[in-house]
Structures are given as structure tokens and as C-alpha cells.
Design a protein around this ligand. Structure first.
Ligand SMILES: Cc1ncc(COP(=O)(O)O)c(C=O)c1O
Length: 395
């Protein structure tokens, strides 16, 4: 079939010799990242300290604006941090939990790093409520809504679940939270770049994620959107001189917060990571998340049907509107199967309880999907996973 998005393949070197289906974990590196990192090194080498004024200092906001285009966020409302964990900690540091509104509500299918940060807030007085999944696929929206009440301060939940690809009904969660005066922070790591959404239209209070996966931006580039009206009321305790109204006044004493997005920063930015991340954002914005999603819906359906036809089961939602870009396939000895596939240059991964995780992206061909399915079947049917059973897993 004619697939116009396949023309992007030449922008991603690894696709020349690898069947790359692990985009929910680490998106392929754009060819231009090499140039951007060389540009960064050249600046440091030749412009020295002047580099700060020539782009480095403003890079957390400038880079945030590139992500902001994908999120449909207002200009200068997204800032860059290292990762989601730091962002959750920074947001947690904005709140006082020694008040009646001290409840944090999320689900037991959140990415664990988010839970680790909020569980730790119990020692500061937070009451953490984790809504359980009934089926290990997703969490009933009504169960989540029922847990959100007048004592709820914040609902920090995943938009798309990392294990199964289940897509949470953010609209319903935001409507319920706002009706009782609670805030919502969406972890969009598994949706940004593959599921279209608009932070403006959603009216979500905060959104965050990283660039390692669907954005093809690599490690070290987490993004935080905060609705500007809310932002100006927040005073993060995890702060630093970049969040000061006049950083170069070097005022001693307590923080005097900036009244723009830099209020949500702390210390010096991870400049090389931001340079590396930009090419991915530019490509995703140019391809368009709507077009990426159309293809993803078609290909994830093809893959899921192909897996079922070959006798596998899956914990991913069969209703395409209820899932993101990942399909899971249950198979015994999943870690060894992943390694057997890697030896054939077919890259996927696996997670406890769900089995294999497989995700095409806009640069994936249908043939690659079929080849992956055939290989999984052959490895299962002929026990070709056995030689890999003792090898340690590293991702
Ligand atoms: C939904 C989600 N949140 C967070 C993370 C990772 O968090 P961090 O950026 O702190 O490494 C992942 C990574 O796998 C994820 O899938």
C-alpha cells in the first residue's frame, strides 16, 4: 500500500538494518541529532561563555516551546527538566499537605516512578489513594472518579498506561476534579507524539512527560506544562536561581519567584540533552500527531489481529479508541523471547504481567510488523528462546 510516512525512514539511521518496534521505550534517533550535538560542542569550543546569552540560558523555555507546539500549549508555558521524576518532585514541593485538602488520587497502574514521589509525600502529611485496576488492563473511569472528592488536592495520572497502552479518559477525570476544586497533572509520556491532544482544549492544569519515547528526543529532556494562571500561584520549594525574578541580581535570602514560565525551573539546564531532543520534536510536529495516530491505529490493529490469529493473547484494549500506540502480547519466557528477537535485529521489550510490548511508529512498514509476528511465533513454536534464558535483561 502507498504509505507516504515511510519517506521519513531515511531520517532515522537505525531503520536501515533494524526492525525498530520499541518506540514506547526509546524512539529511534533522528539523523540530525549528530549535527545538533556537534553544533553544541562547536558553540562551547568557539563561543565559550557567550554561549549562555546566545541560546543556552533560554534553552529550557525555547525547547519547551517546541514541545508546546505538539501539546498545543500557549507560547512560553512549557519548561524543560531532566525527567518526569524530577518534575513530579518539583510539583509536589509546591503544596502544603497539612491542610484538609491533602489527598492525592492516582491509580495502581501509574508508572512506578510517579508513585515513588507521591508516596514519599506521606511523610509531609499527604493522604495518597491508589485506585486499583480490576482487570490488569486499565482502571475503570468510574472507580477513579469516585475516589476524587472535596479533599482531593491533585490527581497525578498517566494519560496512556505504560504496561498495556490503555488510554485513560482524561476529559472525565478533569471534569470531576475541577467540579470539586482539585487539580489534574497528566503524565503524557506514553501519549505525546502518538496520540493527538491539546492541553488547552482539555483544560488540564499540568502535563508532563519525557522525550525518550514517541518524541524521538533521547534522554534528559522532560517537559512540564503548567496552565499559566495556575503557575503564577505556585511556589515550588524545589527551586533555584533560574526561577528567580532577577537571577543575575544574585539576591541573598529567600526566593523571589519569576512571574513567567521560568518560575518552574531550578538550576542550570542540561543543555546538551536539549540540543539532542530538538530534532525529534521538529520531525513529530512536521509529520503531525494526527497523521501519526491514523497510521498507529491501523498498524496496531493489524498487529493485534495478527497476534490473535497466531494463537497469542493480549492485555491491550481491543477497542482502538481506548489504547495508545503499544500492543502487548502474552508469551511464556518473555525476557528470553525479547533477547532472541534482538539477536535477529528485531527490537521490542517486555514488562511483568503483560508480556511483550510492541509499538510501530510513523516510520514502521507493515512488512516489519508481519516479520516481527512471524519471528515471535517461530521462537515460541520451536523454543528458540532457550539459549537466551540465562542472559541478563538490560532494558
Ligand atoms: C508513563 C511514564 N512515566 C514516566 C516514565 C519515566 O520517568 P522518568 O522520566 O522519571 O524516567 C515512563 C518511562 O518509561 C513512562 O512510561
Amino acid at each position: 500500500m502507498n504509505d507516504p510516512l515511510l519517506r521519513w525512514r531515511e531520517e532515522f539511521p537505525i531503520l536501515a538494518n533494524t526492525n525498530y518496534l520499541v518506540n514506547h521505550s526509546l524512539g529511534a534517533m533522528p539523523r540530525k541529532v549528530r549535527e545538533r550535538l556537534a553544533e553544541y560542542a562547536e558553540m562551547w569550543a568557539t563561543r565559550g561563555i557567550r554561549s549562555w546569552a546566545e541560546g543556552w540560558w533560554s534553552s529550557p523555555v525555547d525547547t519547551g516551546n517546541l514541545v508546546g507546539k505538539i501539546l498545543d500549549a500557549p507560547e512560553n508555558s512549557v519548561v524543560m527538566h531532566q525527567n518526569v521524576s524530577v518534575i513530579q518532585g518539583l510539583v509536589a514541593s509546591c503544596f502544603d499537605f497539612m491542610t484538609p485538602r491533602n489527598k492525592i488520587v492516582y491509580t495502581d497502574m501509574n508508572f512506578p516512578t510517579v508513585m515513588y514521589v507521591w508516596e514519599a509525600q506521606r511523610r509531609r502529611g499527604a493522604k495518597v489513594v491508589s485506585v486499583p485496576s480490576r482487570d490488569g488492563v486499565g482502571v475503570e473511569t468510574q472507580d477513579l472518579l469516585d475516589a476524587i472528592d472535596e479533599r482531593t488536592l491533585l490527581v497525578p495520572i498517566s494519560h496512556v498506561l505504560f504496561q498495556t497502552g490503555f488510554k485513560q479518559d482524561l476529559e472525565a477525570v478533569i471534569a470531576k476534579a475541577h467540579s470539586v476544586g482539585a487539580l489534574v497533572m497528566a503524565d503524557c509520556y506514553q501519549s505525546t507524539g502518538t496520540v493527538p491532544f491539546s492541553v488547552r482544549e482539555l483544560g488540564v492544569d499540568m502535563a508532563c512527560g519525557g522525550s525518550v519515547k514517541w518524541l524521538c528526543g533521547g534522554p534528559g529532556a522532560g517537559y512540564l506544562y503548567v496552565n499559566p494562571e495556575l503557575r503564577d500561584t505556585l511556589e515550588p520549594a524545589l527551586t533555584g536561581w533560574m526561577a528567580h525574578a532577577e537571577p543575575f541580581a544574585f539576591e541573598p535570602g529567600s526566593q523571589r519567584y519569576a512571574d513567567d514560565a521560568t518560575r518552574m525551573l531550578h538550576g542550570s539546564p542540561a543543555v546538551p540533552a536539549l540540543y539532542a531532543a530538538q530534532s525529534g520534536y521538529e520531525i513529530i510536529a512536521e509529520v503531525g500527531v494526527k497523521a501519526i495516530r491514523e497510521k498507529s491505529e491501523r498498524q496496531t490493529t493489524r498487529f493485534l489481529e495478527g497476534a490473535l490469529e497466531r494463537g497469542f493473547t493480549s492485555k491491550s484494549p481491543t477497542d482502538v479508541s481506548k489504547r495508545g500506540g503499544t500492543i502487548t502480547v502474552q508469551v511464556e519466557h518473555a525476557p528470553a523471547v525479547v533477547k532472541a528477537l534482538a539477536a535477529r535485529d528485531i527490537l521490542i521489550d517486555c514488562r511483568p504481567d503483560v508480556g511483550l510490548r510492541v509499538s510501530p511508529h510513523f516510520y514502521t512498514s507493515d512488512d516489519e510488523l508481519d516479520a516481527c509476528l512471524d519471528a515471535i511465533k517461530e521462537i515460541r513454536d520451536e523454543a528458540l528462546w532457550k539459549p537466551f534464558a540465562e542472559q541478563a535483561s538490560v532494558y
